[in-house]
Design a protein around this ligand. Structure first.
Ligand SMILES: NC(=O)c1ccc[n+]([C@@H]2O[C@H](COP(=O)([O-])OP(=O)(O)OC[C@H]3O[C@@H](n4cnc5c(N)ncnc54)[C@H](OP(=O)(O)O)[C@@H]3O)[C@@H](O)[C@H]2O)c1
Length: 264
C-alpha cells in the first residue's frame, strides 16, 4: 500500500518521530515531499527531501494526517488547530478526549509504538475515536505495519496497560541482559566476551521467538521439561521472585501512564 495523503510529524526531530518517519519512507509508503516534520531547538540533518519547520500550525495546515510525537509535558502548551483532520498521538498517557478537545478534531487515534520502530520492529497497539473512518483506520494500519506490527484494541485502558508492556517493553530484555552481563563480569569473564555472549543470546532468542511464534509459557515449559541447567536457572529465578518483579514493574508503568494524562 502507498498513502496518497500528506503526513506531518510534530516532534519529528525526536527519537520516536524520526523512527516513524524513517520507517514509512523506507517502506515506500510515502514520497519524501509529502512528509513534513517539526522541531523545536535545532533542525536535524536528516530527511532533507522532506519539509522541516519550527511552526507546528504551518505543519498541520499542509498535512492531512498529523502525528503528535513530543513529550507529554511539551504537549500541554502545544497550540495546534487540526481543524477536523486525522490526529495520531504516540504520546504516553494523553487520552483521546483531551487530544480531541485540544486539537479541535473528532478524528483522533491514540497509538503506542516502541523504540524498536527504529528497526521497523515496533509493536504498536492503537485505538481511535468513533469518528475515525474506515479509511483512517486503513491509513493507521499501513503506517504502523511499516514500523513493525500493530493491533487495534477495544478499550483505551488497554493502551495505558500496553504503554508499560510493549511501549516500555524493549527496555525489559535490556534490563535482563544488563543483569546477566554484571553477573558474568563479576565472575571474571572479560567484558568484551560477556557483552558478545549476552547480546547474541538476546538477538538469537528474539529470532527464535519470531520464527516459532509460540506462547512464551510453552517455550519456558520446554526448557523446564528438559530438566537441565536452564530449568535450574528458571526455577531459582522464579523462587527469587522473578515473575512478581515483572508484574510490579508493569504495574508501575501502567500507573505512570495514567498519571501522565492527569498533568494539567
Ligand atoms: N522513545 C520511545 O521508545 C517511545 C515509546 C512510546 C511512546 N513514546 C512517546 O513518544 C513521544 C516522543 O518521545 P521521544 O522518545 O521521541 O522523545 P524525544 O526524543 O525527546 O523527542 C521529542 C521531540 O519533540 C521536540 N519538540 C518538543 N516540543 C516541540 C514543539 N513545541 N514543537 C516541535 N518539536 C518539539 C523535541 O525537540 P527538542 O529536542 O528541541 O526539545 C524533540 O526533538 C513521547 O510522548 C513518548 O511518550 C516514546
Amino acid at each position: 500500500m502507498s498513502v496518497s495523503l500528506r503526513i506531518g510529524i510534530i516532534g519529528g526531530s525526536g527519537w520516536l518521530g524520526g523512527a516513524i518517519a524513517a520507517s514509512i519512507l523506507d517502506a515506500g509508503l510515502l514520497e519524501p515531499r509529502k512528509l513534513s516534520l517539526s522541531y523545536r531547538g535545532k533542525q536535524p540533518d536528516r530527511f532533507l527531501n522532506s519539509f522541516w519547520t519550527a511552526d507546528n500550525q504551518a505543519l498541520a495546515d499542509r498535512s492531512d494526517v498529523i502525528f503528535l510525537s513530543v513529550r507529554p509535558d511539551d504537549w500541554h502548551p502545544l497550540d495546534v488547530d487540526a481543524g477536523g483532520k486525522l490526529v495520531i498521538s504516540v504520546m504516553a498517557g494523553i487520552g483521546l478526549a483531551a487530544l480531541s478537545q485540544h486539537h479541535k478534531t473528532g478524528r483522533v487515534v491514540r497509538a503506542l509504538p516502541n523504540a524498536a520502530a527504529e528497526v521497523a520492529k515496533s509493536y504498536t497497539p492503537w485505538i481511535g475515536t468513533s469518528e475515525v473512518t474506515e479509511n483512517d483506520g486503513a491509513v493507521v494500519r499501513a503506517i504502523f505495519e511499516a514500523c513493525g506490527s500493530q493491533d487495534e484494541v477495544a478499550r483505551e485502558s488497554d493502551i495505558d496497560y500496553l504503554t508499560g508492556l510493549s511501549g516500555s517493553g524493549p527496555a525489559l530484555p535490556a534490563l535482563l541482559a544488563a543483569a546477566m552481563m554484571d553477573d558474568a563480569v563479576a565472575r571474571g569473564l572479560p567484558a568484551e566476551i560477556a557483552r558478545r555472549a549476552v547480546n547474541t543470546v538476546m538477538t538469537g532468542a528474539g529470532r527464535l521467538l519470531e520464527r516459532r511464534d509460540e506462547s512464551p509459557e510453552d517455550v519456558v515449559q520446554t526448557f523446564l521439561d528438559y530438566r537441565g541447567t536452564t530449568a535450574a536457572a528458571i526455577e531459582s529465578m522464579r523462587a527469587a521472585g522473578f515473575d512478581a518483579s515483572i508484574a510490579k514493574g508493569l504495574s508501575a508503568a501502567f500507573e505512570k501512564s495514567v498519571s501522565m494524562g492527569k498533568v494539567s
